[in-house]
Ligand binder design. Structure first.
Ligand SMILES: Nc1ncnc2c1ncn2[C@@H]1O[C@H](COP(=O)(O)OP(=O)(O)OP(=O)(O)O)[C@@H](O)[C@H]1O
Ligand SMILES: [Mg+2]
Length: 1137
């Protein structure tokens, strides 16, 4: 069963300030403190949630808590921001009411955290699914991106939002998120160029420097060291508890989730880097001859790098920092900037660059998170806007912020009252007027179109002539002097003339939250928010798509001479839109309170909180809420809670809840003026009544508790007794059963024993009888056996006696026979010995005779026998030795075992020859036909040239290859191959020796069986073809050269041109081949081969003598041929070693 709880249960102090009794500022603070000390940071004022910043993480945001508050009534559980979020979400989903959650409070009070808690709660309880989760994730991840670029460390808050944010989350009819729209308000851009002491610039600068990789920093031309950048304050560059590097990664990840492209991220980082670079540009004065001062850039390196980053031409930006062009109608006037103006221009550019980048980021996020469908959405707006600010030195920004808070206060009052009123009407309760302070008058002082402060400021900014902050103050002094919330020393209102707390250059406004002193210095400037046109035009010229987008007014084609709207005007417009937007929605308030200035947990600085309670108008809030009825509750839970106070309603009321409550109230005699019955709720006017009911309930609960205790104890004792009784019966039954079992077993075992004794006795008796019988039988048998034994032994003895007698006779007989036999044996042995002796003597005698005979014979043949035997042995040994030492089977192996005996010399040599012939035969028998032919050729070559030509020995080892040019395969010689019909026997390149100079020309030499062809080596064209019958002889020298002359038959057709003198490296092969062709031819004579060192060669008509001489080796051992005279060609051949 679900346990119904209430806000009123286990309360620390009171959970709803409306119930505070007595109501005073002190009791209010006391209640807050009490709750704060018990870690109860949320307290209600009706439906408004007061949130105290705990400055520590509390375990109250867990998924379990989310579940606890899910779908529960607002007052059902102890106060929590989740209850508000749940209420808002459910009335959006179920009642189709657009909601807005307005979070206010001063800097550091926890507004941003509260807004994130609301968003995360809604994300946790709304629908799920892939698409919905993606939308949720994008909405949640927009926060880190905006916080990096829009938040900074201030003295009040380490993560202070420096912009106002309003986010509309859009839902479909089921309550699933579809997307969102973010609006941003007035980024504090002055922070970009200057930060108060102890504060930092926007987080993103520090995150980029400490979190980006070295490579990224190099690309952005940045150093990691923060101190290198003028725009970054150093005194709090590192904030404890803030990990910039990790946050940078989170931001990059969030940008990716939100949907930023990588090039967009890079562009954004480039712009951030450019702002840092811009801050490092410094100027120096330079006097001109006309006496004016001009500024010059000190060190152009930063400018150069910034221009490179943004793709701007350096000279364009440099000029924009030096000149200012003012256009008036058709005239353009350029004036130089002095150093101060140059710095002003630089800072203005940096501020504009950054704030426009921020606005672009918001637009870009909106693009990503916008709802995709066009159906009607339900909307929940979350407003996290800067709280009311009162500094020592308040300027334009504080003025604008406080104005915004005035507007919010006004809408708060309006909406709270309206809601209250609406509820009364809804419930049919009479409305009584409520007194409260309406701050509309302050809003009017600021925003009035005619004489409001913002209008005055705009008027002053637009007015021609000299306008300064002082002239603006003068104007205020005149126009607003009479206003009761405006104070100035010089106003016409003389009562401030002597107020020394009000300096001359200041004005003071009595805001709803307190008096704030504003210093007018900078108001005009900030309101104008001027960026020289030269700079915006320079930016527009940038070759960087994002920069171009950010400065559209720089487009020369769209020069607009009208002044851009002032910052004040823009802000007023956007606040007005926001207010209109909020008014259409059901408001839910979270009012954040900062407990101390130290950002520390557990510290409750009363003065600080009192101040906030005052300016947030919380007391008024309670009063407004209590003005009519302090407490209201629907009938059902009311009856459920208090029904025990009346016998008629306790324990069950069967009728309608309202009637039950009426019976209850009548029974309790609560005065009629203390409460009213609405349609669905009972309204209790005074907290006292409620506490009276609560007290009665408490007492009643105590009585009920006693009663319950009493009944419970009785029931417990009774059931205990019954239990004991029941157990006793069970135990007794069990025991009896056990005892009977034991007894039975004892009797049973005794019977068994007696039985066994009786049976034993009977058995033993029987056994004895049987044993006696058996013994009698055995005795008879034994006696018979003895008798038979005795008989047998007697008989045996007789037989033995007989046998002994017979045996003695046999033994004596045998002894006698033995003695006779031995005697005979001895006689026979004696006789045999005698006969043997006679035979031996005879044999000796015969032997002697034979040996004498043999000796004579032996002496006659012994010499020859021994000789033959010895020779036989030697021959045997020789042949066996030879067999074991035979040389290898290679015919060229010259080894042969050494001769062992001189007398075998001839045989040894003959054996060697035979062996050689035999192994040659063996060797030849392995030859194939081709090899045989080769060897035949080689044999022929040896017959022709051996010992005749010095070249021959070197040719022996060279195989005769024949077709050196592979003429049939080589496509180059295909034509030549076709021209020769016969089989080509040899194809080689030879040199044809020129008679004129003895030099050679390369020719292909192709002998076939019918002719010898000479062809061009390169083209393969046939130069000469000599039929073989025309070839009579070949002449070669005896030397180691390759020259040969082919001599032709005189008178033949081939001989017209004369003989051929050629040289070849394969001379031996060529001549052998030619000779062999001749040897097989039948149609002509054998080709004769002349080997001589001088021969004649017929060149056309002349005969030339070719002479071979041995010369000293020249030209690397080569043969040279020289013409000596008309009739003599001398071939010099190097001497062979
Ligand atoms: N509910 C909370 N639980 C724990 N810590 C909190 C809570 N609310 C706020 N804080 C702490 O207080 C700090 C300041 O809160 P937050 O940034 O929300 O203030 P703010 O009101 O938005 O201030 P500003 O106006 O400067 O932006 C947070 O950084 C966080 O440390
Ligand atoms: Mg904030």
């Amino acid at each position: 069963m679900e346990v119904k709880t209430s806000l009123l249960d286990n309360m620390i102090g009171v959970g709803d300030m409306v119930l505070l009794e007595p109501l005073s500022e002190d009791s209010f603070l006391e209640n807050l403190k009490k709750r704060f000390d018990h870690s109860e940071i949320y307290t209600y004022i009706g439906s408004v949630v007061i949130s105290m910043n705990p400055y520590r993480s509390l375990p109250i945001y867990t998924p379990d808590k989310v579940e606890e508050y899910r779908n529960r009534n607002f007052y059902e559980l102890s106060p929590h921001i989740y209850a508000l979020a749940d209420e808002a979400y459910r009335s959006l989903r179920d009642q189709d009411k657009d909601q807005c959650i307005l979070i206010t409070g001063e800097s550091g009070a926890g507004k941003t955290e509260a807004s994130k808690l609301v968003m995360s709660y809604v994300a946790a309880v709304c629908g799920k699914g892939q698409e919905v989760n993606k939308v949720k994730e994008q909405l949640l991840q927009s926060n880190p991106v905006l916080e990096a670029f829009g938040n900074a460390k201030t003295v009040r808050n380490d993560n202070s939002s420096r912009f106002g944010k309003y986010m509309d989350i859009e839902f479909d009819f089921k309550g699933d998120p579809l997307g969102g729209v973010i609006s941003n308000y007035l980024l504090e851009k002055s922070r970009v160029v200057k930060q108060p002491r102890g504060e930092r610039n926007f987080h993103v600068f520090y995150q980029l420097l400490s979190g980006a990789s070295d490579d990224t920093l190099k690309k952005l031309r940045l150093h990691r060291d923060v101190s290198k950048y003028n725009y970054l304050s150093l005194d709090s560059a590192v904030v404890s508890g803030l990990d910039d590097a990790a946050n940078f990664r989170t931001v990059r990840n969030a940008m990716q989730i939100v949907g930023f492209m990588e090039d967009e991220v890079q562009s954004v980082l480039q712009l951030v880097a450019a702002v840092l670079k811009l801050g490092n540009i410094e100027f120096k004065p330079e006097s001109r001859c006309n006496g004016t001062d001009e500024s010059r850039i000190k060190d152009k390196n930063d400018l150069k790098e910034m221009c490179e980053l943004l793709g701007i031409e350096q000279s364009v930006l440099e000029r924009a920092f030096s000149y200012r062009t003012v256009e008036a109608k058709l005239e353009k006037v350029s004036t130089t900037l002095n150093v101060a103006q140059a710095y002003y221009a630089r800072d203005a550019l940096a501020k504009n660059l950054y704030s426009r980048l921020f606005t672009w980021l918001v637009t870009r996020i909106n693009e990503s998170i916008k709802a995709q469908t066009k159906t009607r959405h339900k909307v929940m707006g979350v407003l996290d806007i800067y709280g009311f600010e009162i500094f020592e030195d308040n300027s334009f920004e504080q003025f604008i912020i406080n104005y915004c808070n005035e507007k919010l206060q006004q809408i708060f009052i309006e909406l709270t009252l309206r809601e209250e009123q609406e509820e009364y009407v809804r419930e049919g309760i009479e409305w009584t007027n409520i007194e409260y302070f309406n701050n509309a008058v302050i809003c009017d002082l600021i925003e009035n179109n005619k004489n409001g402060i913002l209008a005055m400021l705009d008027e002053e900014c637009l007015r021609p002539g000299t306008v300064t902050d002082e002239t603006f103050l003068d104007k205020l002094n005149t126009v607003c002097a009479e206003h009761q919330h405006f104070e100035s020393r010089l106003s016409k209102n003389s009562k401030f003339l002597t107020d020394h707390s009000l300096p001359h250059n200041c004005f003071r406004i009595q805001h709803y939250a307190g008096k704030v002193l504003y210093r007018v210095e900078g108001f005009m400037d900030k309101n104008n928010d001027l960026l020289y046109r030269d700079l915006s035009q320079a930016m527009y010229k940038a070759n960087h798509s994002l920069i171009k987008q950010l400065f559209p007014e720089g487009n020369p084609a769209k020069v607009n001479l009208k002044r851009p709207p002032t910052a004040g005007f823009q802000f007023r417009a956007s606040v007005s839109t926001l207010m209109k937007n909020l008014q259409t929605k059901n408001p839910n308030y979270i009012r954040c309170i900062k407990p101390n200035d130290k950002k520390a947990p557990h510290i409750f600085t009363e003065s600080l909180i009192r101040h906030q309670v005052r300016y947030l108008g919380l007391m008024e809030n309670v009063r407004v809420r209590r003005a009519g009825y302090a407490f209201r509750q629907t009938y059902e839970p009311c009856l459920e809670r208090y029904k025990m106070l009346c016998k008629r309603t306790w324990p069950h009321w069967r009728g309608r809840a309202r009637e039950g409550v009426e019976v209850l109230m009548a029974d309790l005699q609560v005065p009629a003026e203390e409460f009213s019955y609405g349609r669905s709720k009972i309204f209790i006017r005074n907290p006292r009544t409620l506490f009276f009911l609560e007290e009665r309930r408490r007492q009643c609960l105590q009585d009920l508790a006693t009663l319950i205790q009493k009944i419970y104890r009785g029931w417990k004792c009774r059931s205990h007794f019954l239990l004991l009784k029941k157990s006793q019966i069970v135990v007794a039954a069990w025991y009896r059963r056990y005892a009977q079992q034991k007894k039975y077993q004892r009797i049973k075992s005794a019977t068994t024993v007696v039985q066994s004794y009786a049976r034993g006795w009977q058995a033993r008796k029987l056994l004895r009888e049987l044993k006696y019988q058996k013994r009698c039988e055995e005795a008879a048998t034994t006696i018979a056996a003895y008798w038979h034994g005795t008989q047998a032994r007697r008989e045996l003895r007789q037989l033995k006696e007989e046998a002994r007698n017979k045996h003695a006779v046999s033994v004596i007989w045998a002894g006698w026979q033995g003695t006779k036999a031995r005697r005979e044996l001895r006689r026979l042995k004696e006789e045999a010995r005698r006969k043997h002796a006679v035979a031996v003597i005879w044999a000796y005698w015969q032997g002697l005779k034979v040996r004498r005979e043999y000796r004579k014979f032996f002496r006659a043949h012994a010499g020859k026998k021994i000789y033959d035997f010895t020779i036989q042995r030697i021959m045997q040994k020789y042949f066996l030795g030879l067999r074991n030492n035979l040389p290898s089977m290679s015919p060229i192996d010259k080894n042969w075992p050494a001769r062992t005996y001189l007398f075998l010399d001839g045989a040894h040599a003959e054996l060697r020859r035979i062996f050689h012939l035999w192994r040659c035969k063996k060797y030849r028998s392995q030859f194939t036909e081709e090899r045989k032919a080769v060897y035949e050729e080689k044999l022929e070559a040896s017959e022709i040239f051996k010992d005749k030509k010095a070249l021959y020995p070197s040719s022996v080892s060279q195989p005769f290859k024949g077709d050196y040019l592979e003429i049939s395969k080589n496509p180059k010689y295909q034509k030549l191959n076709n021209a020769v019909d016969e089989k080509v026997l040899l194809a080689d390149v030879v040199n044809k020796i020129n008679r004129a100079n003895g030099k050679g020309t390369a020719r292909i030499f192709l002998p076939t069986k019918k002719s010898v062809v000479l062809a061009d080596q390169k083209t393969g064209q046939v130069k000469a073809s000599v039929p073989l019958p025309d070839l009579t002889s070949v002449s070669v020298s005896t030397q180691s050269d390759g020259f040969f002359a082919l001599k032709l038959k005189e008178g033949s057709a081939s001989a017209v041109k004369g003989d051929f003198l050629l040289s070849s490296e394969h001379l031996i092969e060529i001549i052998t081949k030619l000779h062999r062709i001749g040897a097989t031819a039948t149609d002509r004579e054998q080709l004769s081969i002349d080997i001589s060192d001088e021969f004649l060669v017929q060149f056309k008509q002349d005969k030339v003598c070719v002479k071979f001489v041995q010369g000293a080796p020249k030209n690397g051992n080569s043969v040279s041929c020289k013409r000596k005279n008309n009739r003599l060609l001398e071939v010099s051949v190097p001497a062979t070693a």
